[in-house]
Design a protein around this ligand. Structure first.
Ligand SMILES: Nc1ncnc2c1ncn2[C@@H]1O[C@H](CO)[C@@H](NC(=O)[C@@H](N)CO)[C@H]1O
Length: 147
């Protein structure tokens, strides 16, 4: 998994069009979303992650928790983002991993939104610009090598 973490004044998105033939089913309410004072986590789930989805979920949650505590963020935006890797996992696996990350972060007490999966979306982001505001992480299952 490749993750881009942006500590932001806000992130807002608006669904525009289907990017997959069968995108995630969403409600009218989910077509737009916004969080203020947010740690935005743009995530590309990779083929290598299919070897151990549960471990990837655990590692991703640990990384996000670690950065959230360093920047003192309580709001997290889980954002499916297929542009950080050329070795993407299958959509059905990626969606399950991102849903599990969302649920575990909620269990940890964070206020979490997840942007809809399988769509083109317009988004606005206001990066805070401090030294820890822009971070990237690469996560792989144990025993797999980081490319
Ligand atoms: N392995 C994967 N990891 C993360 N997201 C993935 C994925 N496979 C499919 N998606 C989702 O389907 C849209 C089309 O690729 C993706 N859409 C996007 O990435 C938008 N920024 C529009 O380009 C995403 O929602």
């Amino acid at each position: 998994m490749r993750m881009l973490l942006i500590h932001s004044d806000y992130l807002e998105y608006e669904v525009k069009d289907k990017a997959l033939s069968k995108p995630e089913e969403i409600s009218e309410e989910q077509k737009k979303g916004r969080l203020d004072e947010v740690l935005a986590a743009f995530m590309s789930v990779e083929k290598v992650d299919e070897a151990n989805p549960e471990e990837i979920v655990q590692k991703a949650v640990e990384e996000i928790k670690n950065v959230a505590s360093q920047v003192n963020a309580q709001n997290i935006f889980v954002y499916p983002f297929a542009h950080l890797s050329s070795e993407l996992a299958k959509p059905e696996v990626a969606l399950e991993i991102l849903k599990a990350i969302e649920e575990k972060l909620k269990e940890e007490g964070f206020n979490v939104k997840r942007a809809p999966f399988g769509y083109y979306k317009a988004f606005k982001l206001s990066c805070k610009g401090h030294p820890l505001a822009e971070l990237s992480r690469t996560i792989v299952p144990s025993g797999e090598k980081k490319e």
